[in-house]
Ligand binder design. Structure first.
Ligand code: ATR
Length: 280
């Protein structure tokens, strides 16, 4: 009998992760053998956990906070996105080697492609709020699509460092410049934790934004943030953050279980119900 492929998501804490629900949905609906489990590993135990993956029978898994950067040291091959972003969220084995990739930029772009088709057709300026880990993936994705990027962040030095990492098409700016930047923006992205349940609200006056600009938020609890509600009320095309979670999971699932899954309305409804139930 063939072994059942086992995959995981590792983080600390990990109880809140919706990845098991997501991958479990695909395994079940595709009728594939396999399992996907969440594993809590503290930072000082990460090296041992990664070193033991093969012996434990894992085919790979996801890596989340706070291990996305630390795990890079133990990966034998990094994909281009992981190198550019400086973080790994997906692990798999290839030719006996542990490989690390980053599918967050892919997930961000695929979500925009699905929710606002043609959003990047004319290129233009993307205004990115925030300069943390999520922002690195978003900025990488946007530069890959040929967008010019402006980053505005509470801590200016973090925006400067991120802009420097990506070169000439990415620049940092001050919150004080926000109004001017909104006038020129074709896409507005919130990557800060503002607007998330339990966090302070994100208050941005969208009046200067041109009508054709698309607005997206990587926050998905709540599903419709104040930013998205305000943008929708003004007639902008808006894309919520849940789709990024769904789409970033596609490449990992395919690597571990051999079938490329599809992000369907049914999948979205299942995860949405879980978010609305306020589970974790
Ligand atoms: P993630 O991995 O989700 O990006 P992170 O790396 O902790 O999380 O980044 C959080 C982002 O939200 C940062 O851009 C942070 O700004 P700072 O660099 O100034 O910390 C931003 N953020 C969090 N709380 C904020 C607040 N109260 N006001 C403004 N920005 C905030």
């Amino acid at each position: 009998m063939l072994d059942t492929p086992r995959a995981f998501v590792v983080g600390h804490p990990i109880a809140h992760s919706r990845s098991p629900l997501l991958h479990g949905f695909w395994l079940k609906s595709l009728g594939l053998p396999g399992c996907y489990e969440k594993i809590d590993v503290a930072p000082d135990a990460l090296d041992g956990f990664i070193a033991g993956l093969r012996a434990a029978g894992f085919v790979g898994g996801n890596v989340t906070v706070p291990h996305k950067t630390a795990v890079m040291a133990q990966v034998q091959r990094l994909d281009e996105a992981a190198r550019a972003i400086g973080a790994v969220n997906t692990l798999w084995f290839e030719d006996g080697r542990l490989c690390g990739g980053n599918t967050d930029a892919f997930g961000f772009l695929a979500n925009l492609d699905a929710g606002a088709p043609g959003w990047d057709a004319a290129g233009g300026l993307a205004l990115v709020l925030g300069a943390g880990g999520a922002s690195r993936a978003v900025v990488h994705g946007l530069t890959e699509r040929g967008m010019t990027v402006a980053i505005v962040n509470r801590t200016r030095t973090a925006a400067d460092a991120l802009a420097h990492r990506f070169g000439a098409t990415v620049r940092a700016a001050d919150w004080a410049d926000l109004t001017d930047l909104l006038v020129g923006a074709d896409l507005l992205v919130n990557t800060t934790s503002l607007g998330m349940a339990g966090q302070p609200p994100l208050t941005v006056d969208l009046t200067p934004l041109k009508a054709a600009a698309v607005v997206t938020d990587i926050v998905y609890v709540p599903l419709e943030t104040d930013l998205l509600r305000a943008a929708r009320a003004r007639g902008h095309r808006v894309v919520d953050g849940l789709g990024m979670l769904l789409h970033q999971a596609v490449p990992g699932f395919e690597r571990w279980f051999g079938v490329r899954p599809v992000v369907t309305g049914e999948l979205r409804a299942a995860i949405e119900a879980n978010v609305r139930a306020g589970a974790a």
